[in-house]
Design a protein around this ligand. Structure first.
Ligand SMILES: Cc1ncc(COP(=O)(O)O)c(C=O)c1O
Length: 423
């Protein structure tokens, strides 16, 4: 199956492509589902064929129309990874995808592909704790630096000012996490892509806009349609969706994806074939899961917002008309997602006591799985970020992050009510 119907050129929807794109059953004994290609290496028909495949893989030869990439070795390519990459790229409306051993493998491989000593990343904050650590503690060892600016309504202006300070020719990547983990703060992707154009004007290399789309994608937000060059995921989360695998993905434009694929081959940061197979299974249901999870999350968020023990609830589905964050949401999101951050009265002590009382939602980090999860970012996922910085983003010691799963909404609401009960 191709992205378009072969005779009418009718463009299929991603839900349909997730069931058929990039796979020919008759190359696998007629198996309707792609089998798991659990092999490290692939046999060549002839020595000439092997040579040709390597020339294509390493860009040693000008590519001709008739050339097709051959399977070589599972660090370079594998059918389970390739089919998944093609399907997710179609979902994001991008040229190509690349699947990694984890979301962090995706972000670190991407950073090493794009950046060289002396370069700067401008990044919206907050970001996931692991990304923060990479940008603040690992990349500086390679003389690559990050300026974090508040994610929100005027991030483009703050980034513009930061670029002017360091010198625009030093800026190579604008990195966004929108909505941000854990605060759900949103950044207008289009305004950042426009800034990237502005900073690239007259320069010999393009400033890349990269968006971590883990919270909303691929269902409720398509950053490439708003001008992003690269879309990043922790596929461990909603895409995998069953809390049974760790993986990451990047999708984007062909030229930069080719560079990324080569770096992945050399660093060996690809996903393994079985994770690729699991991801293919998961992609078939991601739309149904995410829509149902978001419906339930809306109900839970409304209940929390009305609860006397809750100071504030950060959830896109509760943003009011007139709020600039709501305008960003209306522009680039088609649903509110399933992540809720809510602050419990009484700080860390009260939040810990509540977390210990949940029975349906599990007390665990991660998100996007079929089961609901609760955790305390301040002292768990984001504990590496200095407290004063976290507090400036509204991530206080009493802020709980909840990932809403597929349980019955009534049971989850009941679970929240009993967890929030004061003794
Ligand atoms: C927004 C976001 N990006 C990236 C990551 C890293 O993904 P992984 O744990 O798959 O390496 C996470 C993990 O929680 C995340 O929440």
């Amino acid at each position: 199956m191709d992205r378009k119907h072969s005779c009418s050129q009718f463009a299929f929807n991603p839900e349909t492509l997730a069931l058929g794109l990039g796979y020919d059953p008759f190359r696998s004994e007629g198996a309707v589902k792609p089998p798991a290609f659990l092999t490290s290496t692939f046999q060549f028909r002839t020595a000439e064929e092997g040579k040709h495949y390597f020339e294509l893989a390493y860009g040693l030869k000008e590519r001709e129309e008739k050339d097709i990439d051959g399977l070589i070795y599972s660090r370079l390519n594998n059918p389970n990874l390739q089919i998944f990459e093609e399907r997710l790229a179609a979902w994001d409306g991008t040229d190509a995808g690349s699947v990694f051993a984890s979301g962090m493998a995706a972000i670190s491989t991407l950073s090493l592909t794009l950046l060289k000593p002396g370069d700067y990343i401008l990044c919206s904050a907050p970001v996931y704790g692991g990304t923060h650590y990479l940008f603040e503690h690992i990349l500086p060892k390679f003389d690559i630096h990050t300026i974090q600016v508040h994610g929100g309504n005027n991030t483009a202006q703050l980034m513009r000012e930061a670029a002017a300070k360091v010198g625009k020719d030093k800026v190579r990547m604008l990195f966004l996490e929108t909505p941000a983990n854990p605060s759900n703060t949103m950044v207008d992707i289009e305004s950042i892509a426009a800034l990237a154009d502005e900073l690239s004007a007259g320069a010999d290399r393009r400033v890349i806009t990269a968006v971590d789309n883990t919270f909303m994608g691929p269902i409720f937000q398509s950053p490439a349609k708003h001008g992003a060059d690269l879309v990043i995921y922790s596929a461990t989360k909603f895409i995998g969706g069953h809390s049974d695998l760790i993986a990451g993905v990047v999708t984007g434009k062909k030229k930069v994806m080719d560079e990324l694929m080569l770096m992945r081959t050399i660093l060996g940061t690809m996903a393994n074939p079985f994770s690729g197979w699991l991801l293919l299974r998961s992609l078939e249901t991601v739309a149904v899961r995410m829509r149902r999870q978001a419906e339930t999350a809306q109900k839970v968020a409304e209940m929390l917002a009305a609860h006397p023990q809750v100071n504030r609830v950060c959830y896109p589905g509760l943003l009011e008309k007139g709020d600039p964050q709501r305008a960003i949401y209306d522009k680039q999101c088609t649903g509110p997602g399933a992540l809720i951050a809510f602050e419990i009265n009484g700080g860390e002590k009260a939040a810990m006591a509540a977390l210990n009382r949940f029975e349906v939602a599990r007390l665990a980090v991660s998100l996007g799985g079929t089961e609901s999860l609760v955790q305390l970012p301040y002292c768990m996922t984001h504990s590496d970020v200095p407290p004063e910085q976290l507090e400036s983003f509204g991530v206080t010691a009493g802020l709980v992050r909840m990932s809403v799963g597929l349980e019955h909404p009534e049971d989850l609401i009941h679970d929240c009510e009993q967890a929030l009960k004061v003794d």
